[in-house]
Write a protein that binds this ligand. Structure first.
Ligand code: GCO
Length: 253
């Protein structure tokens, strides 16, 4: 039996109309999962679903704001009625704002913490009820290199991703007893819309390549294997762990 098989698993990925979430959605669907794309922009969601269906993939789109708990609860009920029980939840929704910490407005701090961290609490709380009933489930939190390290101008983002690392462990100690595995993926530097301005900056690009043992940026498709692994039976006794996909950056001083 292929313990890495995720065929027909229902996978909800928050914030998946672009960036790493979109890449994970496409990759997991290509491994046979039924993937639910989520975002707040109806047009983006529709276009993403049409594109992936044209690739012969089994995807559905649901538009809701992961920070609106009433909307989340309503949509999770709708998804489980229309598509099926959610086997795998990927808490991916995330935003980035860069400026010196002393210049951050409180509203920007709150927006980052809400989108990157509180949404994982809100959506997991709505999904886990069914997982507990079924005594089976997977939650994958998309953490970050910034769950472990800081760098100037991204303090709220680092705080949110550090919180997500500890929320992963906190979920583990509460929910592992129900045969639910809660783990995280910690991406290093990948070229996406969120980081394109960094990649286009010759100084940052050169710093990153020198700081990373693999001496290169990651390709978002290199995150799919870890997500498939954590969504599959192959990781059934792994809980509360963050797997860093960072070209070795965290191993180096
Ligand atoms: C930054 C980047 C990083 C990456 C990624 C690294 O400004 O340093 O946005 O935070 O997005 O999270 O793991």
């Amino acid at each position: 039996m292929d313990s890495f098989d995720i065929k027909n698993k229902v996978v909800l990925i928050t914030g998946s109309s672009g960036g790493i979430g979109y890449t994970l959605a496409k990759g997991m669907a290509m491994h046979g999962a039924t993937v639910i794309i989520n975002g707040r922009n109806e047009t983006k969601i529709q276009n993403t679903v049409i594109e992936l269906i044209h690739r012969g993939l089994n995807v559905h789109g649901y538009v809701f704001d992961v920070n609106d708990s009433a909307e989340v609860n309503q949509q999770i009920v709708r998804i489980e009625k229309e598509v099926g029980p959610i086997d795998v939840l990927v808490n991916n929704a995330g935003i980035q704002i860069r400026k010196p910490l002393e210049d951050f407005a409180e509203k920007d701090w709150k927006q980052i913490i809400d989108t990157n961290l509180t949404s994982a609490f809100i959506v997991s709380k709505a999904v886990v009820k069914g997982m507990i009933k079924r005594r089976q489930g997977k939650i994958i939190n998309i953490c970050s290199l910034m769950s472990e390290l800081g760098r100037p101008t991204i303090a709220p983002y680092a705080a949110s991703k550090g919180g997500l690392r500890m929320l992963t462990r906190a979920m583990c100690v509460e929910w592992a007893r129900y045969n639910i595995q809660i783990n995280g993926v910690g991406p290093g530097y990948f070229i996406t819309d969120m980081t394109s301005s960094l990649a286009e900056d010759p100084q940052f690009d050169s710093w990153l390549k020198n700081r990373t043992p693999a001496a290169r940026w990651g390709d978002p498709a290199e995150l799919v294997g870890t997500a498939v692994f954590l969504a599959s039976k192959a990781s059934s006794y792994i809980n509360g762990q963050i797997i860093y996909v960072d070209g070795g950056l965290l191993a180096a001083i």
